[in-house]
Design a protein around this ligand. Structure first.
Ligand SMILES: [Fe+2]
Length: 232
């Protein structure tokens, strides 16, 4: 084998190894799949984590690979056809990337009772909730209203809005759209049917009411404290 050929093989191998290393993967959960019962069944968690979230992981990694290849092609052949393919891949990137991120946030938003799930927040987050909403119960009612108003699949986030002095906001998104930039997600609640249907069927409001028993307010407080205001 010539030196050039060896060099080419080595470059290809190191490139594909690097690509493998760059791939995202399912996050490790902080609790067992049955630990959120009776509020979310083990069966739902197993399917949600190992099947649905894994699909977003795979879809995101595939879209990143495709985008990388197409961007390389565009550099040597700047044609509308390649540009069109890139636009299509960007849609997949948005959907699967959002799905990957949102579910990572979702798992962190939940905790078994034995690990503090449902225990009300303390500190600066608790003070902001009281100041803005009057009570934790009022905030929960508003989030539940936002969840109930979702038409189709989507998410509701409690965020710290850095553009308005770090006040709390309730943000609703459709499909797998996520929040970014000045909106720092503290909690993410999955309102897709796959998150509750096996257990709650058409009683989605029962799911939304139940989930507060296992909300990880300690994690939300940590994110609230860690998000610093933007300097303009
Ligand atoms: Fe989901």
């Amino acid at each position: 084998m010539s030196v050039d050929r060896i060099s080419s093989v080595v470059k290809k191998d190191s490139s594909s190894t690097l690509r493998e290393k760059r791939k995202v993967s399912l996050p490790k959960l902080d609790w067992e799949l049955n630990a959120l019962e009776p509020y979310i069944s083990a069966q739902i968690n197993e399917l949600h984590y190992a099947k649905h979230h894994q699909t977003y992981v795979n879809g995101f990694n595939a879209a990143v690979d495709q985008l990388e290849n197409l961007t390389f092609q565009l550099a040597s052949n700047p044609s509308p056809t390649i540009a069109e393919k890139i636009v299509c891949v960007q849609q997949n990137l948005k959907f699967h990337g959002g799905g990957f991120i949102n579910h990572c946030l979702f798992w962190k938003s939940l905790a078994p009772k034995s690990q503090g799930g449902g225990r009300p927040p303390t500190g600066a987050l608790a003070e902001s909730i009281d100041k803005q909403f009057g009570s934790l119960g009022n905030l929960i009612d508003k989030v539940n209203s936002s969840l109930a108003a979702l038409q189709g699949s989507g998410w509701v986030f409690i965020v710290k809005n850095l553009e308005i002095g770090g006040d709390l906001d309730i943000v609703q998104t459709l499909n797998q759209d996520t929040v970014a930039g000045s909106l720092v997600p503290l909690l993410a609640i999955d309102a897709w049917e796959h998150a509750y249907y096996l257990q709650y069927q058409n009683r989605k409001m029962d799911y939304f009411q139940s989930i507060w028993n296992i909300i990880n307010w300690a994690e939300a407080s940590k994110k609230f404290d860690g998000a610093k205001l933007l300097n303009y």
